[in-house]
Ligand binder design. Structure first.
Ligand SMILES: [Zn+2]
Length: 174
Protein backbone atom coordinates (compact mmCIF):
# COMPACT_ATOMS: atom_id res chain seq x y z
CA UNK A 1 0.00 0.00 0.00
CA UNK A 2 3.06 2.25 0.10
CA UNK A 3 2.54 3.14 3.75
CA UNK A 4 4.85 1.58 6.29
CA UNK A 5 3.61 2.18 9.82
CA UNK A 6 6.36 3.09 12.24
CA UNK A 7 7.11 0.31 14.71
CA UNK A 8 7.37 3.05 17.31
CA UNK A 9 3.95 4.57 16.70
CA UNK A 10 2.69 3.69 20.18
CA UNK A 11 5.82 5.19 21.75
CA UNK A 12 5.03 8.37 19.86
CA UNK A 13 1.45 8.38 21.19
CA UNK A 14 2.64 7.81 24.75
CA UNK A 15 4.93 10.83 24.36
CA UNK A 16 2.01 12.82 22.95
CA UNK A 17 0.00 11.89 26.02
CA UNK A 18 2.71 13.17 28.34
CA UNK A 19 2.48 16.57 26.70
CA UNK A 20 -1.34 16.41 26.66
CA UNK A 21 -1.61 15.57 30.36
CA UNK A 22 0.91 18.28 31.23
CA UNK A 23 -1.05 20.87 29.25
CA UNK A 24 -4.34 20.38 31.08
CA UNK A 25 -5.43 21.04 34.65
CA UNK A 26 -6.59 17.95 36.53
CA UNK A 27 -10.37 17.62 36.65
CA UNK A 28 -12.97 15.08 37.61
CA UNK A 29 -16.12 14.63 35.51
CA UNK A 30 -19.13 12.51 36.47
CA UNK A 31 -19.03 8.94 35.09
CA UNK A 32 -22.60 9.52 33.84
CA UNK A 33 -22.58 11.26 30.42
CA UNK A 34 -23.89 14.78 30.85
CA UNK A 35 -26.01 14.71 27.67
CA UNK A 36 -27.53 11.32 28.56
CA UNK A 37 -26.55 10.05 25.13
CA UNK A 38 -24.92 6.91 23.71
CA UNK A 39 -23.50 6.88 20.18
CA UNK A 40 -22.84 3.68 18.23
CA UNK A 41 -20.56 4.08 15.24
CA UNK A 42 -17.87 2.50 13.08
CA UNK A 43 -14.19 2.21 13.96
CA UNK A 44 -13.35 4.20 10.82
CA UNK A 45 -10.26 6.38 11.31
CA UNK A 46 -11.72 9.35 9.43
CA UNK A 47 -14.65 9.94 11.77
CA UNK A 48 -13.69 12.06 14.78
CA UNK A 49 -16.98 11.67 16.64
CA UNK A 50 -16.39 14.38 19.24
CA UNK A 51 -15.25 16.96 16.69
CA UNK A 52 -17.91 16.09 14.11
CA UNK A 53 -20.74 16.47 16.64
CA UNK A 54 -19.38 19.26 18.80
CA UNK A 55 -19.17 17.01 21.85
CA UNK A 56 -16.93 17.48 24.83
CA UNK A 57 -15.40 15.07 27.33
CA UNK A 58 -17.93 13.65 29.73
CA UNK A 59 -20.95 14.23 27.48
CA UNK A 60 -21.65 10.92 25.69
CA UNK A 61 -20.76 7.25 25.50
CA UNK A 62 -19.20 6.24 22.18
CA UNK A 63 -19.32 2.55 21.20
CA UNK A 64 -17.33 1.59 18.11
CA UNK A 65 -16.79 -1.56 16.07
CA UNK A 66 -16.33 -2.53 12.43
CA UNK A 67 -19.41 -1.09 10.74
CA UNK A 68 -21.07 0.33 13.85
CA UNK A 69 -23.04 -2.91 13.99
CA UNK A 70 -25.59 -3.60 16.76
CA UNK A 71 -24.05 -6.81 18.08
CA UNK A 72 -24.85 -8.55 21.37
CA UNK A 73 -21.84 -6.80 22.85
CA UNK A 74 -23.14 -3.39 21.79
CA UNK A 75 -26.48 -4.24 23.42
CA UNK A 76 -24.52 -5.24 26.54
CA UNK A 77 -22.80 -1.85 26.59
CA UNK A 78 -26.06 0.02 25.91
CA UNK A 79 -27.77 -1.89 28.73
CA UNK A 80 -25.04 -0.75 31.15
CA UNK A 81 -25.13 2.75 29.66
CA UNK A 82 -28.88 3.10 30.16
CA UNK A 83 -29.46 1.09 33.34
CA UNK A 84 -26.43 2.23 35.33
CA UNK A 85 -25.08 5.37 33.76
CA UNK A 86 -28.20 7.32 32.94
CA UNK A 87 -28.25 7.56 29.13
CA UNK A 88 -31.64 7.87 27.43
CA UNK A 89 -31.00 8.50 23.74
CA UNK A 90 -29.16 6.40 21.15
CA UNK A 91 -27.54 7.89 18.04
CA UNK A 92 -26.34 5.47 15.35
CA UNK A 93 -23.81 6.66 12.78
CA UNK A 94 -22.70 4.64 9.77
CA UNK A 95 -20.65 6.27 7.04
CA UNK A 96 -19.85 6.33 3.34
CA UNK A 97 -16.92 4.31 1.97
CA UNK A 98 -17.05 1.81 4.85
CA UNK A 99 -14.59 -1.07 5.02
CA UNK A 100 -17.53 -3.42 5.66
CA UNK A 101 -18.67 -2.77 2.09
CA UNK A 102 -15.42 -4.32 0.79
CA UNK A 103 -16.28 -7.84 1.94
CA UNK A 104 -19.12 -10.33 2.02
CA UNK A 105 -20.22 -12.48 4.95
CA UNK A 106 -19.64 -15.76 3.10
CA UNK A 107 -16.35 -14.67 1.56
CA UNK A 108 -14.81 -13.34 4.76
CA UNK A 109 -16.06 -16.32 6.78
CA UNK A 110 -14.50 -18.72 4.26
CA UNK A 111 -11.27 -16.72 4.31
CA UNK A 112 -11.02 -16.91 8.10
CA UNK A 113 -11.78 -20.61 8.06
CA UNK A 114 -9.29 -21.27 5.29
CA UNK A 115 -6.37 -19.53 6.97
CA UNK A 116 -7.09 -20.69 10.54
CA UNK A 117 -8.97 -23.96 10.15
CA UNK A 118 -11.72 -22.59 12.38
CA UNK A 119 -15.01 -21.03 11.29
CA UNK A 120 -15.76 -17.95 13.41
CA UNK A 121 -18.66 -18.15 15.85
CA UNK A 122 -19.50 -14.48 15.25
CA UNK A 123 -21.55 -13.04 12.41
CA UNK A 124 -19.51 -10.99 9.93
CA UNK A 125 -22.26 -8.37 9.42
CA UNK A 126 -21.05 -6.98 6.10
CA UNK A 127 -23.42 -4.76 4.11
CA UNK A 128 -23.75 -3.15 0.71
CA UNK A 129 -26.48 -0.51 1.27
CA UNK A 130 -25.38 1.72 4.14
CA UNK A 131 -28.80 3.38 4.55
CA UNK A 132 -30.54 -0.03 4.73
CA UNK A 133 -28.02 -1.14 7.33
CA UNK A 134 -28.71 1.91 9.48
CA UNK A 135 -32.43 1.05 9.33
CA UNK A 136 -31.67 -2.50 10.47
CA UNK A 137 -29.54 -1.19 13.32
CA UNK A 138 -32.27 1.20 14.51
CA UNK A 139 -34.76 -1.68 14.56
CA UNK A 140 -32.37 -3.91 16.51
CA UNK A 141 -32.01 -1.27 19.21
CA UNK A 142 -35.73 -0.51 19.31
CA UNK A 143 -36.57 -4.20 19.65
CA UNK A 144 -34.12 -5.05 22.42
CA UNK A 145 -35.95 -5.69 25.67
CA UNK A 146 -32.69 -5.25 27.58
CA UNK A 147 -32.88 -1.50 26.92
CA UNK A 148 -35.39 0.53 28.96
CA UNK A 149 -35.16 3.66 26.74
CA UNK A 150 -35.97 2.98 23.09
CA UNK A 151 -38.21 5.89 22.10
CA UNK A 152 -35.36 8.17 21.05
CA UNK A 153 -33.20 6.13 18.66
CA UNK A 154 -32.06 7.92 15.52
CA UNK A 155 -29.73 6.84 12.73
CA UNK A 156 -27.46 8.72 10.32
CA UNK A 157 -24.96 8.26 7.52
CA UNK A 158 -21.81 10.39 7.82
CA UNK A 159 -20.17 11.40 4.56
CA UNK A 160 -16.41 10.99 5.14
CA UNK A 161 -15.64 13.45 2.33
CA UNK A 162 -18.04 16.30 3.14
CA UNK A 163 -18.26 15.58 6.93
CA UNK A 164 -22.07 15.98 6.72
CA UNK A 165 -24.66 13.78 8.45
CA UNK A 166 -27.70 12.47 6.57
CA UNK A 167 -30.56 11.21 8.76
CA UNK A 168 -32.09 7.84 7.89
CA UNK A 169 -35.84 7.51 8.39
CA UNK A 170 -37.39 4.25 9.51
CA UNK A 171 -40.86 2.99 8.70
CA UNK A 172 -41.66 1.05 11.88
CA UNK A 173 -44.13 -1.18 10.08
CA UNK A 174 -41.54 -2.32 7.56
ZN1 LIG B 1 -16.82 1.83 8.57
Amino acid sequence: MGRVPSVDVIDELVANNRAFAASLPAQHLDVRPRRQLAIVTCMDSRLDVFAALGLKDGEAHVLRNAGGVITDDVIRSLAVSQRRLGTREVMLIHHTDCGMQTLTDDGFRAELQEVTGVAPAFAIESFTDVHADVRQSILRVRRSDFLPHRDRVRGFVYDVDTHALDEVQVDEDA
